[in-house]
Design a protein around this ligand. Structure first.
Ligand SMILES: C[S@@+](CC[C@H](N)C(=O)[O-])C[C@H]1O[C@@H](n2cnc3c(N)ncnc32)[C@H](O)[C@@H]1O
Length: 240
């Protein structure tokens, strides 16, 4: 397991994300060297920056720790998404379902597609949907370079703490843009470069970089007015 994951919750709360300070240091995709992660990594054949999330039963203790709510502020994230009850929502890199189950509650007449590259996460998500009785929550096996979402199939896409793991982010942005229905929106939540928690600083991605990647994929992107401690939300909409 990542060393930073084990200290995920021990870190103090930081201030609200400052995009001004983020401009000072823009992370790039070319960070494949030593970067301080412990445990298995690059276990997708080196195709990206995926670092071993194979043990869902262990990781749920981190991802679904109730203490996360204090700084993650899931209700604020869902508010940013402006959900309607019958929407189809995709959670990309859903992990053990911290957001996916909240999304499933928020769209009782809709559907949540929880995609993850790790087969054990997919197994865990399906088990969790059954165990916690979310008939509208379905797991989807993603590949390192493709979400697996069908074209024009979803109203909202949420991507939390995943963007830096992706290989070929420009292509991945196009994959997600193609999956949006007309009027659909994509939301990427990640750590500020100055955050007091999260992955090593050299692995973080500035919101301006994500906005450029999403814009190149044909989306209209900006930083969301909804703010979180230590994280930013980038939102992007499909142009008609
Ligand atoms: C730090 S965890 C975040 C989990 C979840 N979004 C959350 O906020 O609790 C990153 C997750 O992204 C998944 N992941 C990494 N690369 C991926 C890819 N290319 N496609 C889909 N999922 C990916 C990992 O397997 C892992 O479950």
């Amino acid at each position: 397991m990542h060393r930073w994951l084990t200290t995920f919750f021990a870190a103090p709360l930081g201030g609200v994300c400052s995009t001004v300070s983020n401009r000072a240091a823009v992370a790039t995709e070319g960070h494949a060297g030593a970067h301080g992660h412990a445990g298995p990594h690059c276990d997708n054949g080196g195709a990206g920056m995926h670092h071993g999330f194979a043990d869902a039963d262990a990781l749920t203790k981190v991802f679904d720790d109730p203490a996360r709510d204090e700084w993650q502020r899931p209700d604020d994230v869902l508010r940013a998404l402006q959900l309607a009850p019958a929407m189809t929502v995709a959670d990309i890199g859903a992990g053990t379902g911290y957001f996916a189950v909240r999304l499933a509650r928020a769209v009782p007449a809709g559907e949540v597609i929880a995609a993850d590259v790790e087969p054990d996460m997919v197994r865990y998500l399906n088990d969790r949907a059954r165990r916690e009785q979310f008939p509208n929550l379905h797991a989807l096996q993603a590949t390192p370079t493709a979400s697996g979402l069908a074209a024009q199939s979803v109203d909202r896409i949420l991507v939390v703490h995943v963007w830096h793991h992706l290989a070929g982010r420009a292509d991945y942005a196009r994959d997600l843009a193609a999956a949006l229905r007309p009027g659909g929106k994509l939301f990427i939540v990640d750590y500020c470069l100055t955050a007091h928690r999260g992955p090593p600083a050299n692995l973080r991605v500035a919101p301006e970089v994500i906005i450029a990647e999403l814009s190149a994929a044909g989306l209209v992107a900006k930083v969301s007015p909804v703010t979180l401690p230590d994280q930013y939300i980038v939102e992007a909409r499909r142009t008609p």
